[in-house]
Write a protein of this length. Structure first.
Lengths: 394, 394
């Protein structure tokens, strides 16, 4: 049975923003005001719901509800888009007996189109009728676009004050190289925690999960990780140890969600775990890992189960990271492939073939230049990715 | 009829490095010592022929011959690879009556495998027998890997001192985001020019051609642009005006070669001309253009002929370039698509449909933040690219 944090209700509606007969609008309502925090895209173009969320959280770090829709991104839509976003908050708030500023919005879909307000108006009463009758997984499904499965992860913690529960959901699949967070992730807990500490927990978790994965190197205009902590468990996070436990739980939950995003990448068949160590700094390690993880040649080789390690080395070489070429060691699936500037004297194709067939492929680089380390989760690049994205709007 | 610079002979051989029965080894020999210059990859891992070329040119800025092979990159091959490279220079030099240090090498193919020296030894006499009987296009064909047509461009200049001829050839197709030059480009002229001035000409041309294109954002370990100027026309480049004319001719020749590389990108169906102006600096304009031109989402939309301009704006937004989002203007095929933070109030899909069907698609961004400008040629991303690169070694 799913662990569900206390004091939250869920609702969904089929508004038909893009396709008929599927839920594309979801709402999570806390019974009481909850500490609220968000981590948002660093894209210079920020969607109307991102701008709205940031303004609401800056004014007051508490909220009652999270709302997500798929099928319409409300990005690059100017003043009209901001006005529409505010109108949708009022529509949802009226149904749940809240004030509009109690609702934090998130949207995903095609960039540039204005919201279809007529569909919102028809959907709102549906949302109201559904409140308290939908499951968390219904909301996770409503935020899906090209995802092939909903992404929902839970944790339960035994703290000195009692049990608290954490539930997270997200959607992924494409335009995924989050910078601060992934496209639409919600985390809710019934722990009681001050907003500033909660913000710290979310940002710690985002940096170690959503910000350490790449599907296609594209950062969305709508990336948002938003979290509510409503205290309904009766357990308040007061001491440093409980805070650390909650932070670890939220981080591991976000890492599991992040893994599922890469696992369900558009057209994806692989999850590459690209770990770089021995870099001059963590930033240099990240630079190297991202060059490898976003290389179309590395990604197509992964798709082809081809242990074409030269492409990994070539991507590292152009990454901008600083190191001595002759000092670099590369291991794939634990097998030493490259050191001292040349391949290991083995039948590498034969040795690597089994690792390349796995869904999870371990690519480990040691630059022997310092102590910086970074691990990136990356998808492969398949024909299906191209099909999906060449035809996305049709 | 092809313009051929005076005083050069051409040779090819079918060594069978990767596939039988096709020429995969080419040689260009100047009758006399020629001013020689090269522009090479900035990848930290540099192939044996790149390291060898750089060492030869550092020792002496003159050479008699350019040699290229496809099917074997001789990259990431350590000391053994360097020794093999030197041995191939001697094999070719013996056939042409030259010293090994007169020959500048370039290689392309799979990274990591050692050269098949037995095949080189069998091929060398073929190369010798062919010398003077092959055409420039034969050499251009011998350097092809996944290219679907050879890339050869010529220019003829009337200078005060008389006529000089310039001939350039290159290969492209994949692992293309040159940083200083593209994978294997040769330029030869019969103008007489000092090595330092010739180096300036080549580097000027490379920055405005091969360094302003991207296929997949991957920079090869073998990228080399090498040029010879042998003076066989009897015309010496002495005055500033003639130098400028030669520089312009070589630059326009390299731009035409660069265009053909993008036109013949692996699986490519489009050539996007991504021009960014109004950036705070040329470097910022380049950052913006490269973010758009390497975005898998922009590239798949191009492949799908989908005027999905929101992806262009999203890529610009994450590029790291500095600008005000509301000041940005985007035009596609001359049609104003986006300004003041929102789409132009038109039926954009209908207006843009004709432009998207063309092979050449003009994407013009004005950031209104300064005077920096940069234009990048970029290919699209097709299912065929994935097929080619998932199966490259098989």
């Amino acid at each position: 049975m799913t662990i569900i944090p206390k004091g939250y209700r869920f609702a969904v509606a089929a508004a038909g923003f893009k396709r008929p007969d599927r839920n594309d609008l979801g709402l999570i309502v806390s019974d009481v005001q909850a500490a609220a925090a968000g981590v948002f895209t660093k894209n210079r173009f920020q969607a109307a719901p991102v701008l709205t969320c940031r303004a609401l959280l800056a004014a007051r770090p508490y909220a009652r509800a999270l709302m997500a829709n798929s099928g319409q991104a409300n990005a690059c839509t100017g003043e009209e888009g901001l006005g529409n976003c505010r109108a949708t908050l009022k529509l949802a708030a009226d149904q749940a007996g809240l004030a509009p500023e109690d609702v934090l919005p998130a949207s995903t879909g095609v960039i540039g189109a204005q919201l279809k307000m007529d569909k919102w108006e028809v959907a709102a009463p549906q949302l109201g009728a559904s409140l308290g009758h939908a499951a968390p997984s219904d909301v996770a499904k409503a935020m899906m676009t090209t995802d092939t499965f909903p992404k929902l992860v839970t944790r339960s913690l035994d703290l000195p004050g009692g049990e608290v529960r954490v539930l997270g959901m997200c959607k992924g699949a494409g335009m995924i190289s989050p910078n601060m967070a992934t496209l639409l992730a919600f985390v809710i807990t019934d722990a009681g925690i001050e907003p500033e500490a909660w913000r710290g927990v979310l940002s710690h978790a985002a940096n170690r999960s959503f910000n350490a994965l790449t599907v296609d190197g594209d950062t969305s205009t709508n990336d948002s990780l938003i979290g509510l902590a409503n205290g309904a468990s009766g357990v308040t996070i007061g001491d440093a140890k409980s805070l650390r436990q909650l932070r670890n739980a939220v981080t591991s939950l976000c890492q599991e969600l992040a893994y599922r995003i890469v696992q369900d990448a558009e057209g994806g068949t692989k999850v590459a775990h690209i770990s770089v160590k021995g870099a001059k700094s963590p930033a240099q390690a990240e630079l190297a890992a991202r060059a490898v993880g976003t290389s179309p040649l590395v990604k197509t080789a992964l798709f082809g189960c081809d242990p074409n390690w030269g492409r990994i080395i070539a991507a590292l070489g152009r990454s901008g990271a600083d190191f001595e070429p002759d000092a670099v060691e590369l291991r794939i699936g634990g097998v030493l492939v490259f050191e001292k500037g040349q391949p290991a004297p083995e039948d590498l194709d034969a040795l690597l073939a089994p690792s390349m067939r796995h869904q999870d492929v371990e690519i480990a680089l040691d630059l022997h230049a310092g102590h910086g380390a970074f691990t990136l989760l990356a998808s492969d690049l398949s024909k299906r990715y191209v099909e999906i994205n060449a035809d996305y709007r049709t």
